[in-house]
Design a protein around this ligand. Structure first.
Ligand code: MRU
Length: 383
């Protein structure tokens, strides 16, 4: 079965699946401008650390490519100074769309570096723009291969850790880290997909991941599409799951990994890690090298996004029993599950799992485990 794709490109045209409408409505929306890219990321029409970085990079590529084909050319292509003055604010603006996932900043910084090095090498404005277009596409294009690499590293590591005793394993995950959250295949969900592909996965378990329901809306759909046996659980049921099932490992993605291995991921990940430690279940973080932020020593420096309080009061989905509109599309609804006017709502989008609770961190380069007796990771072997 073909996996779901969060971003589709045809030449300079970019379309994304509006993830706010999944799983019942598959609507592709065009991203024609930098502002639309920023809005799509901020409003979570597209989400997941690698996917938002890819969209930002592709939006810059498309913007510049269209400019190169415009007659007469826009003023900002008249000189490298003009181009720099035009592109730098765009990169700064895209960077502000969401704060926690470091990948977005890595992508905009990489484009900024390309801009500067290209100008310094003596290229003219049009050639610098071409260079930026290629770099933006490369940021998106590199994602799938590295996801497959880390999925294999992590999957093989888990099987080795569990030993030959287990024919097939049960693995739990949090949030959505599959093809919708990346440019394809996924990170933690990639590891689960890999185990399924090699016949070693008994069942995937995934939390609903409230309040945005990335698990019940997106991971559920991805696993169903890939025909991977799976079971959903409410976030509050993780302890019960661990008490009553032989879970071989927990695989999660990451939005930012500090130098010591402390990891920010979807809120609820920390709870799962505490319970995994209690039950001695390996807890594996799977993320590309671009998610590792060596500039911060530990998780206390990770900026944590707090989403608007209202978002924690609302549940969106299809009306049930299903009813369809004139176009045969299931009617969508947003319902409030709290009393109107409720004040005092705590709504962080991410939490930080201390390195102490993480068994392994996997990137496309390999697997890092803690040095015996230490509570921190040496990530130099995997970045
Ligand atoms: O708020 P979201 O949906 O963007 O949060 C996504 C996550 O926390 C993912 O686990 C993380 O970005 C890794 S995606 C491969």
């Amino acid at each position: 079965m073909a996996s779901l794709q969060s971003i589709k490109t045809t030449g300079d045209r970019i379309e994304i699946i509006n993830q706010l409408l999944l799983p019942h409505t598959t609507e592709f929306i065009p991203i024609d401008t930098i502002e639309q890219a920023h809005d799509a990321i901020k409003s979570m029409k597209i989400r997941g650390a690698p996917a938002i970085a890819s969209l930002a990079a592709l939006a810059v590529s498309s913007h510049l490519s269209k400019a190169l084909q415009t007659t007469p050319p826009p003023d900002f292509l008249a000189s490298t100074d003009a181009l720099k003055t035009h592109v730098e604010p765009i990169l700064d603006y895209l960077y502000t769309a969401r704060p926690t996932a470091v990948n977005l900043g890595v992508a905009t910084r990489r484009l900024s570096k390309t801009l500067h090095s290209s100008i310094e090498s003596g290229k003219n404005a049009r050639d610098v723009a071409q260079h930026l277009i290629a770099e933006g596409k490369a940021i998106d294009g590199e994602d799938v291969a590295r996801n497959k690499a880390m999925a294999k590293w992590g999957g093989d590591w888990l099987l080795k850790r569990v030993g030959d005793a287990a024919d097939k394993v049960k693995v739990m995950t949090v949030c959505n880290t599959g093809s919708l959250a990346t440019s394809g295949y996924g990170t933690a969900l990639g590891l689960i997909t890999y185990l399924h592909e090699i016949g070693k996965l008994e069942r995937a378990f995934f939390t609903q991941s409230t309040p945005y329901h990335q698990g019940s809306r997106l991971t559920a759909l991805e696993l169903q599409t890939l025909q991977i046996p799976s079971t959903m659980l409410c976030d509050s049921m993780v302890g019960s799951l661990f008490q009553h099932n032989n879970i071989a490992g927990i695989a999660v993605g990451a939005d930012r990994i500090a130098k010591n291995g402390d990891t920010a991921n979807k809120v609820g990940t920390y709870n799962a890690a505490v319970l995994a430690a209690r039950h001695k279940i390996p807890f594996i973080v799977v993320a590309p090298i671009s998610t590792v932020d060596l500039d911060i020593p530990d998780g206390s420096h990770i900026p944590i996004e707090h989403r608007p309080p209202l978002e924690a009061c609302l549940v969106r989905g299809a009306l049930y029993p299903f009813s369809t509109n004139a176009n045969g599309v299931k009617e969508q609804a947003t319902v409030m599950v709290t009393p109107e006017g409720l004040e005092g709502i705590y709504n962080p989008s991410f939490d930080v799992t201390p390195a102490e609770l993480i068994t392994a961190i996997v990137t496309e380069k390999g697997v890092a485990v803690k040095v015996d007796g230490s509570n921190v990771f040496d990530l130099s072997s995997i970045v």
